[in-house]
Design a protein around this ligand. Structure first.
Ligand code: PRT
Ligand code: ZN
Length: 285
């Protein structure tokens, strides 16, 4: 069987979580020292390790069939590749920030200003779309220092917690894009490899669905059973079995992480007892 080749960041913010995702999908790699390449014995997959900036081009060229990158790199490189799956980790945003004491009302205030960034393409597209004319200074790192050394009036950079901006005396004035880790794919993947890719995506979705959901078991008083079932509809509908104690039932279901606390509060109001919430390892959707 032909192997699917995936490009993963060699070392950085995406590396660990990307490898963990493969592991949770049952794909174990033989070479954990992560030199340049590793292979899996449990799945027809080969991993090549690259700088994240290089991944979109390698995927466009077909050196790797697919890759995992930050959506910001995918947008910046404008390569001829497809975004085929969002992975939900390494979330961040690309924002414009200015010295905190500078005034700012709207984007128009950036006209004629110098903006430092490592993302000139994204910035240029954004400014053009909004009719703003500014000078873009391309820096490959430490962008947040540019205003304090007089090199720029503003920056466009990645923000996560916001603490880097604060510790450099900057404030965020515009969020221009949100980003997360994504899978990008070459546009000409042939039949055999495509089948492996579909299998991988299926496994990844099962892992993601599992981590977004919990298995819930509880004891429900029969008089409120209908309302309790309506509160936790589950994948199809909950499993309900009578308890030995008259007037009570055991209810099993699946609950999404997002609605979790709201639902738990409601269940307690309805007299549910012995509520157990259990992580799900895989969920076939
Ligand atoms: O060596 P290589 O080129 O492969 O790596 P890199 O240094 O270019 O990238 P890396 O590992 O720093 O980031 C990889 C990807 O992670 C990025 O492209 C983003 O999609 C995503 N990501 C998520 C982040 C952050 N969060 C993040 N906080 N990338 C960078 N940062 C930096 C940011 O540049 C700024 O300096 O962290 C600082 C801001 O963080 P806060 O928490 O202080 O706001
Ligand atoms: Zn990089």
């Amino acid at each position: 069987m032909k192997k699917l080749r995936i490009a993963i960041q060699k070392s950085g913010r995406l590396s660990e979580k990307s490898l963990l995702l493969l592991k949770e999908a049952g794909i174990f790699l033989n070479n954990s020292s992560r030199k340049l390449k590793s292979e899996s014995q449990s799945f027809p997959l080969e991993v090549i390790y690259l700088r994240d900036d290089d991944i979109p081009q390698y995927v466009e060229d077909g050196v790797a069939h697919i890759g995992i990158v930050g959506e910001n790199e995918f947008a910046e490189k404008e390569c001829e590749v497809d975004l085929i799956e969002r992975l939900g980790y390494s979330r961040c945003r690309l924002s414009i920030a200015i010295p905190k004491s500078d005034s700012y009302d709207s984007l128009k205030d950036l006209n004629g200003k110098r903006i430092a960034t490592s993302y000139p393409v994204i910035l240029e597209n954004y400014l053009q779309k909004h009719g703003v004319k500014a000078d873009i200074h391309v820096l490959s790192g430490s962008v947040e220092l540019a205003p304090s050394i007089g090199m720029a009036d503003a920056i466009l950079d990645i923000v996560s917690s916001g603490s880097t901006l604060i510790s450099n005396g900057l404030r965020e004035v515009e969020v221009i894009m949100k980003s997360e880790a994504v899978v990008i794919a070459n546009r000409n993947i042939d039949g055999d490899v495509k089948a492996v890719l579909n299998d991988l995506i299926f496994r990844i979705r099962s892992v993601m669905a599992a981590s977004n959901n919990k298995y819930i078991l509880l004891n429900a008083p029969n008089e409120n059973l209908e309302q309790i079932i309506a509160t936790i509809p589950g994948m199809k509908s909950p499993t309900v079995t009578p308890l030995a104690e008259a007037g009570w039932s055991s209810v099993h279901s699946v609950l999404s992480e997002k609605e979790f606390w709201g639902v738990i509060d409601r269940l307690r109001e309805l007299g549910a007892q012995g509520i157990l919430v259990i992580p799900i390892e895989k969920m076939i959707v």
